[in-house]
Ligand binder design. Structure first.
Ligand code: HEM
Length: 462
């Protein structure tokens, strides 16, 4: 018998042993584990947890478990003993303690697809190095100088191909929009490699590939895995977010009207100047658009939960979280929590608006030049009258984390928002649209429209 055959034979016994050990641990009376149940052997409660549900809800499993056990409960998911959190404070605690008490821990299949050097599976120093490279590539300066123009060019390419009264899948179109951007990157990469071969890369621009080649000693395999993880992390997320915005807006005419007004004002102001393309100043004026984007991300929850594991025994609010247990911060559950957001299932971009109005009215800030980022910070951290109860309850950064947080905060969050805003700008200025067939977003748990969100568009000039 070969070693691998012997190992395969042993595997079920080892898994059974692991499960029994964890079961004993979960019943250890000296530990104060959160309430909950471990479900069936091995599969635990995974099937119930992954059962598809409407993306604008938290699903039956979470609803049932939160109402029965509270916002922090134990379970057995993905074959491992797990602590599930729908608690804003605990979610933040988990993300802020990355590398100290908790660590990113995605299922092995992710590493298999994206490669062992992918940022989503790396931890420690190697993750930090890869992250620095990505953040440089997606920096604020590059967004202003390079990426804004590219995003606009490719958004226009997609929108110009739309035909009147021809129903199509908005989701496919959104993916196509992303695909054209990706194709552009791929072409650039091939050109660069060609030029490198012929030693013509002396004055190369600082894009991801150049930056990696110049400023790191990553191997080819590491470079490819890094690029692949950026593409993976940014591809579906952005296209689904744009589809969600299209979906929510067609059902909320008042928000659409307000959005159109904002973008009309921007184009009218541009008519005075010779410049046709959008620039950073125009982007900064898209304040209501940012509210629409925030609300789309809050209600649509493209990324619903994150995968972590406890690096050591952790005590939180009287509960014990044993070392090695899986920990799932469910960010969607916080975004849809009725105690934090008033009428959480309603698409209401105005709930994000009040802090900006307060900021403009506030004499202290009137003459202070704030960047869009600073304003969004006010928006996320400041007071919110659209939300529930007291001042900063719903908009505190604990309660709104569509891009995660801590050391693993999404590296492409600013690019994603830029893509959404530019696409919406040209969409609302040029088209009206309606659903060609009823459809709605589902969480599988990845968010998708079962019918691909079929819409019928009508250009304004017709
Ligand atoms: C609306 C669109 C997007 C959403 C909702 C989103 C959400 C997230 C979330 C929640 C995380 C944290 C994962 C974790 O902590 O385990 C993350 C990480 C990441 N995102 Fe995004 N993302 C979006 C778009 C993008 C784009 C456009 C890019 C790049 C082009 C990107 C690149 C990344 C990368 C590289 C990471 C890993 C960061 C790290 O581990 O340090 N994302 N994203």
């Amino acid at each position: 018998m070969s070693d691998s055959e012997f190992f395969l034979l042993l595997l079920p016994f080892l898994s059974a042993l692991y499960w029994i050990l964890n079961l004993c641990r979960s019943r250890n009376p000296s530990l104060n584990l959160p309430p909950g149940k471990m479900g069936l052997p091995f599969i635990g409660e995974t099937i119930g947890y992954l059962k598809p549900y409407s993306a604008t809800t938290i699903g039956e499993f979470m609803e049932h478990h939160v109402s029965r056990y509270g916002k922090i409960f134990k379970s057995n998911l993905f074959g491992e003993p797990t602590i599930v959190s729908a608690d804003a404070g605990f979610n933040k605690f988990i993300l802020q303690n990355e590398g100290r008490l908790f660590e990113c821990s995605y299922p092995r299949s992710i590493g298999g697809i994206l490669g062992k050097w992918s940022m989503l599976v790396l931890v420690g120093d190697m993750h930090r190095d890869m992250r620095v490279i990505s953040l440089n590539f997606l920096s604020h300066a590059r967004l202003r100088t390079h990426l804004l123009n590219e995003v606009e060019k490719h958004a226009l390419l997609v929108l110009r191909s739309w035909r009147e009264n021809c129903p199509f899948s908005a989701q496919d179109e959104a993916k196509r929009s992303r695909a054209t951007i990706l194709k552009f990157i791929e072409e650039k990469m091939n050109e660069r490699l060609e030029r490198m071969k012929s030693d013509e890369n002396e004055n190369e621009e600082d894009d991801l590939l150049s930056w990696v080649l110049k400023h790191s000693n990553l191997s080819t395999e590491q470079i490819l895995d890094l690029i692949l993880s950026l593409l993976f992390a940014g591809h579906e997320t952005s296209s689904v977010s744009i589809s969600l915005a299209i979906f929510f807006l067609q059902d909320c005419p008042s928000a659409l009207e307000k959005l159109q007004e904002e973008h009309l004002m921007i184009t009218r102001a541009k008519e005075q100047s010779a410049e046709k393309e959008l620039n950073w100043e125009d982007y900064k004026k898209m304040e209501f658009t940012q509210c629409v984007i925030n609300e789309t991300l809050r209600l649509g929850n493209v990324v619903r939960f994150l995968h972590r594991k406890a690096l050591k025994d952790v005590h939180y609010e009287g509960y014990d979280i044993p070392c090695g247990w899986k920990v799932l911060p469910v960010i969607a559950a916080v975004h849809l929590d009725a105690s934090l957001f008033e009428q959480p299932h309603l698409f209401n971009p105005w709930r994000w608006q009040q802090p900006i109005v307060d900021w403009i009215r506030n004499k202290r800030f009137r003459d202070h030049p704030m960047t869009l980022d600073m304003r969004m910070l006010v928006l996320v951290n400041g007071s919110n009258r659209g939300g529930v109860s007291s001042s900063s309850a719903s908009t505190s950064s604990n309660n709104f984390m569509p891009f995660g947080g801590g050391l693993r905060l999404c590296a492409g969050s600013e690019l994603a928002k830029l893509e959404m805003a530019i696409f919406l700008h040209h969409l609302v200025l040029n088209f009206t649209w309606e659903l060609a067939d009823s459809d709605q977003a589902f969480a599988y748990p990845f968010v998708d429209f079962p019918k691909g969100l079929p819409i019928q568009v009508r250009p304004f000039h017709s």
